[in-house]
Write a protein that binds this ligand. Sequence first.
Ligand SMILES: [Ca+2]
Length: 471
Amino acid sequence: MRRFLNSLGFLLTLTLLFPLSIQAAEKPNIVFILIDDMGWTDVGFMGAEYYETPNIDRLAKGGMIFTQAYANAANCAPTRACLLSGQYTPRHGVFTVGNSDRGKSEDRRLIPVKNITEISLNKITIAEALKPAGYVSAAIGKWHVGNTPQKQGFKVGMERVDVGIKNGHFNKKSGEYLTDRLTDEAVNFIKENREKPFFLYLAHHAVHTPIQAKEEITKKFTKKEGVGCHSQAEYAAMIASVDESVAKINHTLDELELSENTILIFFSDNGGHGTYTCQKPLRGGKGMYYEGGIREPMFAYWPKIIKAGTTCNEPIISSDFYPTFLDLAGAEKPENYILDGECIFPLLKGKNAIKREAIFWHFPGYLEAYKGLTDESRDPIFRTRPVSVIRKGDWKLLMFHEEWMLDGGREKITSNNSVELYNLQTDVGESNNLCNIEVKKRNELLDDLLKWQKEIAAPIPTITNSEYIKN
Ligand SMILES: [Ca+2]
């Protein structure tokens, strides 16, 4: 009997100890590759014909393609702040890049909300939240949100200047190309940390302006005929270098036999730059809150978990990555810390189990139009004026604060142009405003949006004195 009890105790000890260690060994690595300003159709797997991304396409087809993956904002810094903090823009105040009062003051009808340019150290970043689960994290490349990555929980933080490239994409002395250099640094990080679970946040500066690419690749595209608005050879060559980078990262994981247990996600921070590319059939590009400015090319590759050749049409948003990574890492949600995203791990496993009803955006500032380029924006002066947006089911509603606040709000909604409503299922190009036709749907989305603004205490632009007197 004693012997039996002894072995029972031994078994208990075994089961208590080993599941933990087995779990630890199985914690997946997370490789998140963030491209800067890459448009929705800038890759082969999203339909690009002129641009060439064979390696990205191969991995996308070996995993799950997301057709409705959104960035939290239409430009760089706010999307990054949401991704890293797990929160919508009103909670951290990073609404835009630099100043929110872009353009000329006489063209702005409201005083925009002052922008915050860094993630506060009070926020718990995804790297900080993964640390207790044994993760080592690296932020390699563009950071753009203030305090250094090292102060925000990343063990390794390496920005462009740290690799000797102050401006542009080339090292002026050695000729080294930034995309290649960041890739090499990422490869080193993977090799050095192969034994631990790691989170690699590789944030390329490509394909952001200045458009600078390697000459021999550019030459190849110069000889190729463009397809529609995809025809800029240097831009295509930048994309080709990104493709090479993704191939190298994947090759390294294969070589180290880490691929099976690593989730690799490919994503972009906002729409493509209107001067160099376009997102057709989507409307608009970087800086606009039409689909072209916020819908991103995305795939997730993880042979052990994600079924190859799958597509997910569920709308997701960049603040979803934080709770997703916590879940797949077996990490706890930080105490007393609000996360605005949803865990998309069930989607990756092929289940349609997201309970969320709606996704929101809030942009209380101004972004000036690109010189000589007004195509598809709402007005010729700005890519966007202050706007709040809700996506619910197939529907999307944009509420423009100038008209809402100064031209009669809800009372005059049928004539003041304050609200646009689109059915993205039938009108992905947002050309047919149904504000005055689908009145019930409009009211439902508008109520939800106003309620959300109130709940999250979204700061609203203020009325200038002159406007106030005029009205
Ligand atoms: Ca960007």
